[in-house]
Design a protein around this ligand. Structure first.
Ligand SMILES: [Zn+2]
Ligand SMILES: [Zn+2]
Length: 273
């Protein structure tokens, strides 16, 4: 068995259509592939329908908050995509940028800035609405201190907080959906802050089942250290490619999860559903 538990399709920021993933996975010698698009199950049906030899594990990669640190990513594996509370939460996460942008424009108007949503949307030119677009609209009406507490800086008068789940709540939601929770790339070199041993211990107590040790963005020593931490905390250590198609120079199956760890994850998932 060759198992890769983290991959993206065009349903999020991958470049491979979900229906093409099973074939690619088979060519890469995989027998199991988890489809874990960001905050969505949209690719799952197509991937599952196209899979002949390769088992597709239903998964999702949820963006969440851990203390005050950088955003972290939680993999929910073996989750039921039809579990309504999880589906509703993912919908909220996906639509938050737009909702947040609309509310911030409203606040700016209430505070006397004569900007409109249409102007901000024109500036965004089809990109998801963000604070830089609002700042540009404010600048156009002579307000050049947009990124201060007077306007849209974090906690500013016109700022609207992001909708984001705490990692502990995300773990609970994944468990409630019949799945197991695995913390993705906890010490990726691309993240501003590494998840500490203490934080991992707290997440283990909150129902986390595993951590991704083997990942392209974690150097060898980091992987070894994460395996040790996992063993100390009674967590499973997984490995995966985090495949994104042509967007990242990583091939499917570049890192894999052992059949023993995979069996333990599956068992852990079954025990809650
Ligand atoms: Zn990630
Ligand atoms: Zn990912």
């Amino acid at each position: 068995m060759t198992i890769d538990l983290h991959a993206h399709s065009t349903a999020s920021d991958g470049t491979t259509p979900p229906a093409s993933l099973p074939q690619l996975a088979a060519e890469a010698g995989l027998t199991v592939l988890a489809l874990t698009d960001h905050d969505t199950f949209a690719g799952l049906a197509a991937a599952s329908a196209a899979s002949a030899e390769v088992e597709i594990v239903p998964g999702v990669e949820i963006s969440c908050r851990l203390d005050d640190a950088d955003e972290v990513h939680l993999l929910g594996l073996f989750v039921d995509p039809l579990f309504a509370p999880l589906a509703a939460e993912l919908e909220l996460i996906r639509t938050d940028r737009v909702r947040r942008g609309v509310r911030m424009v409203q606040r700016c108007r209430e505070l006397g800035a004569p900007i409109t949503l249409a102007q901000v949307e024109a500036i965004a030119a089809g990109a998801p609405l963000g604070r830089p677009h609002i700042a540009a609209a404010l600048a156009a009406v002579g307000i050049t201190d947009a990124f201060t507490s007077d306007w849209i800086a974090d906690g500013g008068r016109a700022d609207v907080p992001k909708h984001v789940l705490s990692t502990v709540d995300a773990i609970a939601l994944v468990r409630a959906a019949g799945g197991v929770a695995v913390l993705a790339h906890p010490r990726s070199v691309k993240r501003r802050a590494a998840v500490s041993d203490t934080q991992l211990a707290a997440l283990a107590s909150a129902g986390l089942s595993g951590i991704e040790a083997d990942h392209p963005e974690q150097p060898l020593q980091v992987r070894d250290r994460l395996r040790e931490v996992a063993a100390d905390l009674g967590l499973l250590a997984t490995g995966s490619s985090d495949f994104h198609g042509d967007r990242k120079p990583v091939r499917l199956g570049e890192h894999t999860t052992s059949p023993e760890v995979f069996a333990a994850l599956r068992e852990s998932a079954v025990s809650v559903s």
